[in-house]
Each structure stands twice: as C-alpha cells, then as structure tokens.
Write a protein that binds this ligand. Structure first.
Ligand SMILES: [Fe+2]
Ligand SMILES: [Fe+2]
Length: 292
C-alpha cells in the first residue's frame, strides 16, 4: 500500500472523527415495529420452531443474539488492541504504520465503548466466551506473530462489516443499532483498506505453507466469532422447552445461514492470495460449510 494512501487515511481519521456520543441518537426509544437483529442473522429463522414463537419471543431472540454479537465484537477488538499496542512498541513514532495504528487504536477503543453502551442500552446480559474461546483469544494475542494477527483481525473486520451491512440497511432495525453499525461500518471500511494493503505485502512474499497457515488463521477466527453468537442459555431465557435440542438445531441452522449470507467476501479475499488450496479447502467446508 502506498504511503500517501495511509497518510490520507490518517488525515480522514483526524479531520472527520465519528463520535458515538453524537453520531448515535441514544435518546430514541424503539418503536413497536422495531426489531433488534435482521431475521437473516438470527439462529432460529428458517426452522419450523421459529414460526411457533410469539412476537415477544422473536423480538427477545434478536435482542439477546445482537447483544452477543456486540459483546463479541468488543471482546475481539479488545484483544486486537492489546496486540496493536504490543506491535507498536517495535515501531518508530514517525513510521506511517505507527501513526495509522495509533488512530486505529483510538477508534477501536471508541467502538468498544459504543458496543458496551449499546449492550447496556438494550438491557443485555452477555454470555461469556467459553474457556476454549478465552484460551485461544489470549494465546493468539500473546504469541502469534504480527502478520498472523493482522490476518485474523481482518477476518473479524470482514465479518463485522457484513453484519453491519445487513443491519444498517434494514429499516425495521432499531435506529440506535442501525447508527451503531453505520458508524462501525464506515471506520472499519478505512481499517480494512489499510489492513488489506498490509496483508498484500505479507502474502506476496508467502509461499504455499505460509498461505496455508494464514488461511487456517482466518478460518479459525471466523469459526471463533460465529460460535460466540448461538447460546443455549438464550433459549432458556425465552422459556422454550428442550433448550438443549433447540440449541443443537439452531447451531446447525445458523452454520448454514452464515455460510449462505456472510461468507462470500471472506472467501473471495482468501482466494485472492491462494488461501483456498488442497490443504485448507476441507476445513473450510467442514467447519464453516463453505461451498467451495
Ligand atoms: Fe471496530
Ligand atoms: Fe478495525
């Protein structure tokens, strides 16, 4: 990526900051017809059981699941901030990468504050990541080399971007949420631009083995994020009978829906640098149901 491009991104970040305090109309309450998550992104729509839910249960399902989404974005971005801070210690303050990452850190912290405020605004009770999620998150932040971490973070940025697009384009979604996703979409668009440029440098130099490893990092990051959304406890909160059975059905349903609706741009990205190869295709199919 051209240095002048990065300078331009730094300039935009400074001159046109998007502040959640003023950008999001926090004082607007939901109206009767509002929903919290587009149906295409909830775990039960598409199954017979969804048609038997009351309107209240449908609304609450969306609310609980969007809270998980917001919580996991905040958590994922928090991990990435830890990594960026560590990585920046090896750079000079005059480096363009250093200066861009500093802007990104400022924005990512604002996003985390915005997500936390939204969770609170929705009276959400986020369900914690599993111990395995926690372990992988902390381990990778601590020990993975920076190129792998950028790869992983880009994967997460691409998923959040896709989710944001569905939510902000659906006029039935509660205004506060649409504005939250809109803000995030604009700033992540700038980050994606930078991260993609950086990764192009890495992938140009990478041989078959490294591309394979990058592909697995992206795959695991997406799997990691996707499995944070669908939770058994949510079906218990909705007072559905047999929450365990419903959880399993929802998990599989959501796996397919996610593959259909959210994977396209990620697969194109991974394919663009040869990450979909013989060693990785099977895992993409198996874990994410990718049609490749
Ligand atoms: Fe963000
Ligand atoms: Fe970002």
């Amino acid at each position: 990526m051209d240095e002048s491009d990065v300078e331009r991104l730094i300039k935009i970040s400074k001159e046109r900051p998007l502040l959640p305090e003023t950008y999001v109309p926090w004082n607007i309450d939901p109206i009767a017809s509002d929903i919290f998550l587009p149906e295409v992104l909830n775990s039960l729509q598409g199954l017979d059981i969804y048609d038997n839910l009351t309107d209240r249960q449908k609304l609450d399902l969306g609310r609980h699941e969007v809270v998980q989404v917001l919580y996991s974005y905040g958590w994922g971005e928090g991990l990435f901030c830890v990594f960026m801070s560590r990585y920046m210690l090896s750079l000079q303050p005059t480096d363009v990468t250093y200066r861009f990452l500093l802007r990104e850190l400022i924005e990512e912290y604002r996003h985390q504050e915005m997500f936390a405020q939204t969770v609170q605004h929705l009276h959400g009770q986020p369900l914690k990541p599993t111990p395995l999620h926690s372990f992988i998150g902390k381990f990778s932040t601590k020990y993975l080399p920076h190129d792998y971490l950028f790869m992983g973070s880009l994967a997460i940025e691409l998923v959040t971007d896709t989710y944001g697009n569905y939510s902000r384009r659906d006029n039935n979604v509660y205004t506060v949420l649409r504005k939250v996703f809109e803000l995030h979409n604009i700033e992540e668009g700038r980050h994606i631009h930078f991260t993609k440029g950086l990764l192009q440098q890495y992938t140009q130099k990478a041989g078959y083995l490294k591309r394979t490893a990058y592909s697995f990092v992206v795959l695991f990051n997406i799997y990691f994020l996707r499995t944070m959304y669908v939770k058994k406890e949510i079906f218990e909160r909705l007072e559905l009978t047999n929450p365990e059975i419903i959880y399993k059905a929802a998990f599989n349903n959501y796996k397919q829906k996610f593959a259909q609706n959210c994977l396209q741009n990620i697969l194109e990205f991974v394919d663009s640098w040869g990450g979909l190869n013989r060693a990785t295709r099977w895992a993409w199919r198996r874990l994410l149901d990718a049609k490749i």
